[in-house]
Structures are given as C-alpha cells and as structure tokens.
Design a protein around this ligand. Structure first.
Ligand code: NI
Length: 185
C-alpha cells in the first residue's frame, strides 16, 4: 500500500481521455485500487479517478458519506467503478458546490444532472448498474469527467462563483450559512 501523488490542474494526464481497462481482475489493477483507496482516505476525499494519480485508465473510486445522505439518497460504501458510463434520466440539472483534489484550495458552483443511471464493471469483473440522485449522482459525474480530461471549472456556467475555499467559508459564516460542502473528489 502506498499514498500516491495527486496530479494538479495543468498536468497533461488530467487533460486527455483515459484508456479503457481491459481486465479489472489483474493484480496490477487491484494494487492500484488499494493505493487509490489509501490516498483517498489520506486526502479525506469522497472520490478519486485514476488519472488524478497519474494513471490514464478509466477507473474511479468513490463513496457517499453519511452526512451526505440527501433527499431519498443513501450512504454508499467505497465503490470501485471500471469503464463507467452515464445516462441522464431527465433534462433536470442542479447546482451545488464542488471541490477537487486536483484543484486544491478552490471551490465553485457546478451544474450537474440531478438524476442519472450509471453502469460499469466492478473489480471482480461483475457488471454494476445503479440509479443515482443528489450527491451520489454528482460525484459519479465529477469522477467520470476526470476520465475524459474534464475538470469541474470547465463545467461551471458562472465563474464568479469560483473561489478559494477559505473565502467561501468566511462568506458563509457571515451569511450564517453553515452548510459545508467541502468533500474533495
Ligand atoms: Ni476531482
């Protein structure tokens, strides 16, 4: 097990589409996932995509922590998703704050599909198919974007909401808005 170095915005590995994984059951992939899981815990993040640790493969890990249970949402334990695909279930989108381990210190309001179906393959090669809403849908979209060379600021429609986390916290305190949304992904 090892804590991996996280690529930052500007690194080419974050700007290019990643390659499909041909066999998720290999020892090499399992070791990579173990290291990614350790890296995610160390970074106190909610999700991590392989390109963020300099590996240009289409795989990601994420979880939905209990304090993120939302409208009809649920806690999702650490999930490994290989070669994921996303289908929006309606035209409805929702804006919420996002942050990214590859864009440290910043946060911004990002529109995402409210409700999606996603599919992919688990580490044992079994298919995964789930319907997701709220934070669960958001984090899967955020991580899938990493596999296509897209970072969340590229999805923002109002760049005036791109700000430093510490400034947003300060502003939120002034507004007596203590809601936090600071998981990195
Ligand atoms: Ni990210």
């Amino acid at each position: 097990m090892a804590i991996l170095k996280i690529a930052k915005m500007g690194h080419p590995v974050l700007r290019e589409p990643a390659e499909p994984v041909t066999d998720p059951t290999t020892l090499e992939i399992h070791r990579l996932i173990q290291d990614m899981a350790e890296t995610l815990v160390d970074a106190e993040g909610a999700g991590l995509a392989a390109p963020q640790v300099h590996v240009p493969l289409r795989l990601m890990i994420f979880h939905v922590p209990s304090h993120r249970e939302t409208e009809g949402g649920e806690t999702i334990p650490l999930t490994v998703l290989v070669n994921p695909q996303i289908t929006p279930l309606s035209d409805e989108t929702d804006e919420d704050w996002e942050a990214c381990l590859s864009v440290p210190g910043l946060t911004g309001l990002v529109p995402r599909w409210t409700s999606i179906r996603y599919s992919g393959v688990a580490l044992n090669g079994e298919p995964i198919e789930r319907v997701a809403e709220g934070f669960h849908a958001r984090i899967v979209q955020h991580e899938c974007d990493h596999l296509d060379g897209v970072l969340y600021p590229m999805r923002m429609t109002d760049l005036s909401t791109l700000m430093f986390m510490e400034e947003r916290r300060h502003y939120a305190e002034e507004q007596e808005d203590h809601e936090t949304a600071d998981e990195f992904a």
